[in-house]
Ligand binder design. Structure first.
Ligand code: GDP
Ligand code: IMO
Ligand code: MG
Length: 429
């Protein structure tokens, strides 16, 4: 029994939303601790698909949800999402959802700058989601950010907006030759936004502390994946926040001793959206087949996801960086039709085998994956709910993954629906 962190181990879209929804049943509180609406987390319940970008996936099970101080929040997207949830009969009122007073606000100029920079970079672009994530975190670090608590004192908010826009408009106009923004237009739009969001603003850290002291169980919902982490990912082809489990504490305002179980979500193969190195990427029919069978399109931008084989250099890196105590393997069913399934066990670089994920992008780009081959199971596993009922070759594939990274698999997901799940080992008692 304990507080559990869910993190992506690859480049995002591992199926975190599905697993958080599933485990929310056993939690009292569900907290997002980093990222913003660059995330797209999909839940499928009774055949109905719900995608959340900002509100923790625990809202579907109607658990108390929190947006932590480490998240960057676009207030318009949040309000839209609250409406969307309400229209699906999911209560996302202030009684169910709180936003940290310390969370930073994604402002209209953040989105403009994000997109202007990407256009400016041309074919060297990162392939961001264009949601203003990087520029917002940048302002946080340079101490120019606007926080939710600033909305409580609207005169202070107005003053901050007017000051910061002088600099932003200079940059937009003179560097990008782009449109500028009238501060009064922003201020006017925030009159309404503010009124609607004020009841949601709270000191999330204090509420979580009190809850934990009263035996409430907390589920921390990571966004993105370990290899998009600003510190440890394929820099600069990363997002702008720390994605790894250690940040679950910092990004929600609880101490690290409160993190008890850390589950890494692992897609049974690998995908990546946007630019950046991806050693096991497939450029052949098998890659296309995985992309189609897995419906690998981004839940936020709709972009086609690049697909490739499972990479154990990546997974072992995630095991080390996150202190993983268990794995959830998702989308195993997507491999049902394949004759042969490969696992990358290491990289060849300049005639030597590399086991550790390199920091240098140029080295990573030149790494050649070393593969071992496994026979497929050629059977529809999407209806299986007991581990023992899986085909032998599927069990062998899973056992090999466990062996290669020394972490036990606790959950196997065989379909998008909540019911298409095999619990191998209980996470919550
Ligand atoms: P997240 O960002 O990690 O929450 O993942 P996304 O929601 O962006 O992408 C995962 C996609 O795979 C979604 O469309 C899910 O509905 C779907 N999915 C999750 N688990 C499974 C699974 O085990 N099998 C199949 N076929 N689809 C799954
Ligand atoms: P979830 O939570 C997959 C990628 C973008 C881009 C890079 C930087 O659904 O797994 P950003 O807009 O964050 O500055 O873009 O990070 N990216 C994701 N890829 N899943 C995500 O979230 C992602 N969030 C950001 O595609 O390559
Ligand atoms: Mg996603």
């Amino acid at each position: 029994m304990g507080n559990t962190v869910i993190v992506g181990t690859q480049w995002g879209d591992e199926g975190k939303g599905k697993i958080v929804d599933l485990l929310s049943e056993h939690a009292d509180y569900v907290v997002r601790f980093q990222g913003g609406n660059n995330a797209g987390h999909t839940m499928v319940v009774n055949g109905k698909e719900i995608i959340s970008h900002l509100v923790p996936s625990g809202i579907i099970q109607q658990k108390k949800c929190f947006i932590g101080n480490g998240v960057v929040v676009d207030p318009l997207v949040l309000l839209e999402e609250i409406e969307y949830l309400l229209s699906n009969d999911i209560d996302a009122s202030p009684a169910m959802l709180k936003i940290s007073n310390r969370a930073h606000i994604i402002m209209p100029y953040h989105k403009l700058i994000d997109n202007a920079r990407e256009t400016d970079k041309g074919d060297k672009k990162i392939g961001t989601t264009g949601r203003g994530i990087g520029p917002c975190y940048e302002d946080k670090a340079t101490r120019r950010g606007i926080r939710f608590c600033d909305l409580l004192d609207f005169d202070f908010f107005k003053e901050k907006v007017r000051i910061i826009l002088k600099e932003k408009n200079f940059y937009l106009k003179n560097y990008f030759k782009s449109q500028t923004i009238d501060p009064e237009t922003i201020i006017n739009s925030f009159e309404q936004i503010r009124k609607r969001l004020l009841p949601y603003i709270a000191d999330v850290s204090v509420i979580l502390f009190e809850g934990i002291n009263n035996d409430k169980r907390v589920l921390f919902e990571g966004a993105q994946g370990t290899h998009l982490d600003i510190e440890h990912g394929t820099y600069p082809f990363v997002t702008s926040s720390s994605v790894v489990s250690g940040n679950a504490a910092n990004g929600s305002g609880v101490g690290p001793a409160n993190l008890n179980e850390i589950i890494g979500i692992v897609k049974a193969y690998t995908t990546r959206v946007g630019a950046g190195p991806f050693p096991t990427e497939l450029f052949d029919d098998i890659g296309d087949k995985i992309q189609q069978t897995g419906s690998e399109f981004g839940a936020t931008t709709g972009r086609k996801r690049r697909c490739g084989w499972l990479d154990m250099v990546v997974l072992r890196n995630a095991v080390r960086l996150n202190s993983l105590t268990g794995l959830a393997i998702t989308k195993l069913d997507v491999l049902d039709d394949l004759d042969e399934i490969k696992i990358c066990t290491g990289y060849q670089y300049n005639g030597t085998e590399i086991q550790d994920f390199p920091a240098e992008i140029k080295i990573l780009q030149s790494c050649i994956p070393v593969y071992e081959s496994h026979p497929g199971w050629k059977e529809d596993i999407s209806g299986i709910t007991k581990f023992d009922d899986l085909p032998e070759n599927a069990k062998k594939y899973l056992a090999r993954i466990e062996k290669l990274c020394s972490v036990r698999i606790k959950i196997v997901s065989v379909g998008p629906g909540r019911e298409a799940t095999i619990i191998k080992e209980k996470i919550f008692n």
